[in-house]
Design a protein around this ligand. Structure first.
Ligand code: GAR
Length: 191
C-alpha cells in the first residue's frame, strides 16, 4: 500500500474522507501522516482520534523564508517514509523547491472545475459568473498554482438561491467522494 501524507490547514474534512477510505481492506493507500502548518487546525484532533500520526510545522517562525518552512515539512515527510503527498485544504503557496522534490507524487484538490477559477473564492466567482454548474478537481501539483494535469473532476448543479456557502457545502460533499477515488486510482497506477 502506498504511504500517503495528507497536508491540511483547517477542518480537514477531505483528510477524514481519505483516512476513512484507507480503512477499506482493498485500499491501495494508507494514510501514514497528517501534517498541518497551523497548530489550531481542527483536522489534527480528528486524525489523532482515528489513530493517524500527526505533525505540526508552523509556518510563522520561518517568517518570509518559505523554503525553510518547506524543508521542515519535507523532513517530516521523509521521516515517515511518505511516497505520495495529498494536499487537502493546505492553504500555502508552494515554492518550486518543494514541488520539484515531489514532482509527480503530489496531488491537490481544488474546489472548482479547473481551469475555471484557480485561486481563492471559487464559489463566489462561479455564482457571479452565472454558472449553472460548479464542482471540484483533483490534479497533480506543478509549479503554477492549480495548474497541473487533471486526474478527476466532479460537477454539481448550481441551484437557484445558492450562496457561496450553500454551493461550497454541495461541492465539498462531492470532494469527499472524488478525492478518495482519484487518490486510489493514482496509487494503483504507481505500483
Ligand atoms: C476544500 O473545499 C478544498 O477543496 C479547499 O479548501 C477546502 C478544505 O476543506 N482547498 C482550496 O481552496 C485549496 N486552495 P477541508 O479542510 O474540510 O478538507
Amino acid at each position: 500500500r502506498t504511504r500517503v501524507a495528507v497536508l491540511i490547514s483547517g477542518t480537514g474534512s477531505n483528510m477524514a474522507a481519505l483516512v476513512e477510505a484507507a480503512r477499506a481492506p482493498d485500499s491501495p493507500f494508507e494514510v501514514v501522516l497528517v501534517l498541518s502548518n497551523r497548530p489550531e487546525a481542527g483536522g489534527l484532533a480528528s486524525a489523532a482520534a482515528a489513530g493517524v500520526a500527526t505533525a505540526v510545522v508552523d509556518h510563522r517562525p520561518f517568517g518570509k523564508d518559505r523554503e525553510a518552512h518547506e524543508r521542515a515539512v519535507d523532513a517530516a515527510l521523509r521521516r515517515h517514509e511518505v511516497e505520495v503527498v495529498a494536499l487537502a485544504g493546505y492553504m500555502r503557496l508552494l515554492t518550486p523547491w518543494l514541488v520539484g522534490r515531489w514532482a509527480g507524487r503530489m496531488l491537490n484538490i481544488h474546489p472548482s472545475l479547473l481551469p475555471k477559477y484557480p485561486g481563492l473564492d471559487t464559489h463566489a466567482r462561479a455564482l457571479a459568473a452565472g454558472d449553472v454548474e460548479a464542482g471540484c478537481t483533483v490534479h497533480v501539483v506543478t509549479e503554477g498554482v492549480d495548474e497541473g494535469p487533471v486526474l478527476a473532476q466532479a460537477a454539481v448543479p448550481v441551484r437557484p438561491g445558492d450562496t457561496a456557502e450553500s454551493l461550497a457545502a454541495r461541492v465539498l460533499a462531492a470532494e469527499h467522494a472524488l478525492y478518495p477515488r482519484a487518490l486510489a486510482d493514482f496509487c494503483r497506477a504507481l505500483s
